[in-house]
Design a protein around this ligand. Sequence first.
Ligand SMILES: Cc1cc2nc3c(=O)[nH]c(=O)nc-3n(C[C@H](O)[C@H](O)[C@H](O)COP(=O)(O)OP(=O)(O)OC[C@H]3O[C@@H](n4cnc5c(N)ncnc54)[C@H](O)[C@@H]3O)c2cc1C
Length: 366
Amino acid sequence: MRRATVVGAGVFGAWTAHALTRRGWKITLVDHHGPANSRSSSGGETRIIRSGYGSLARYTRWAADALVQWLDLEQRTGERLFVRTGALFLGGESAWLADTASTLRSEQIPTEWLDGAELASRFPQLHFPDASGALLEPQAGALFARRAVQALVRSLVETGVTVRTERIDPATLTRESSDDVLVFACGAWLPSLFPEVLGHLVFPTRQEVYFFGAPSGDTRFAAPELPAWVAFDEGVYGLPDLDHRGVKVAVDAHGPPVDPESMERSVDAPAITRAREVLRRRLPSLADAPLLESRVCQYENTTNGHFLIDRLPGHDRVWIVGGGSGHGFKHGPVVGRYVADLIEGGGEPEAVFQLAGRPPRSRAVY
Ligand SMILES: Cc1cc2nc3c(=O)[nH]c(=O)nc-3n(C[C@H](O)[C@H](O)[C@H](O)COP(=O)(O)OP(=O)(O)OC[C@H]3O[C@@H](n4cnc5c(N)ncnc54)[C@H](O)[C@@H]3O)c2cc1C
């Protein structure tokens, strides 16, 4: 029987394990802190799934395809994993917005263009008075991230996947003589596990997320009244109150470099003040709302934001899968299938995902 060890039970590792086990592989899935743990990028409460990706049609198609598979997982596990909130793209006259509208149109993904007046009357709780308009992707929504990955891993166990809590040292594993395929889907740990190969290709940054409490009985900030919203030109986004956790606001701009293992995950007063400034500007009736929860996570950025999917140089049976770069969660099901296709088919990943030929650091994917 063909065998693989997948190291890292975040969204990429879990879906890779899923794709391989479906094809008859014997899989061991290992994570040193457990599936979707609190240090992992996949361990957050919620993640947006949207097909709007500027002109990057590959990610548009992948996200649409992934949503079908997330919904299938939801049906199989009987757990609520997705809420169709819609996603509202703001950003004034930005080329990204125009490209998104045109790519979604050509991929036949429904959208609505709201002019400034329609935006204000349809979503009065959002304050973008200078926007000439905004693009709504009604089929987009939010995934309950930690819950979804943990549900997936439970379903993997039921189908015979062995799940272990253990730290894997790549040096030991890659030296072992077995013919097993190894997949390192280790998120922000990748540069420390493979410093020579990945130290200059993956940059973990600290990212903070805040959940504020709307007044009792005020439904304007819950789905479906408030959609997911993103304003990439000012580096902020938010989600409605889901599962009564609070209205989410986050800064998408890259924070300072961090070590995912040792980073202290509390937020300080100046950071809360900055989050409140976003509220004051964009959701003004929540400006003084109480902070209910905060989460500190990390993006595992590649130099340009495209994922890393490739063999470890010099090791035909060892794969690196990561570089979610702040947008990877939604794509988990498709990444897993893509990796399984490569492992089985023996082909080369598309150039954009390869380790070699990465451009210097400049973010190109939002
Ligand atoms: C604040 C925030 C908001 C985001 N918002 C979105 C969004 O709205 N939409 C979206 O699509 N994406 C979003 N993302 C990005 C997305 O969450 C990540 O790209 C994705 O979760 C990365 O998954 P992963 O499996 O590669 O990494 P991880 O989830 O970090 O998993 C890696 C795993 O590897 C394990 N590991 C590491 N080293 C070892 C070792 N040596 N031995 C054993 N185990 C090991 C870790 O414990 C960890 O569990 C966001 C990320 C953050 C931080």
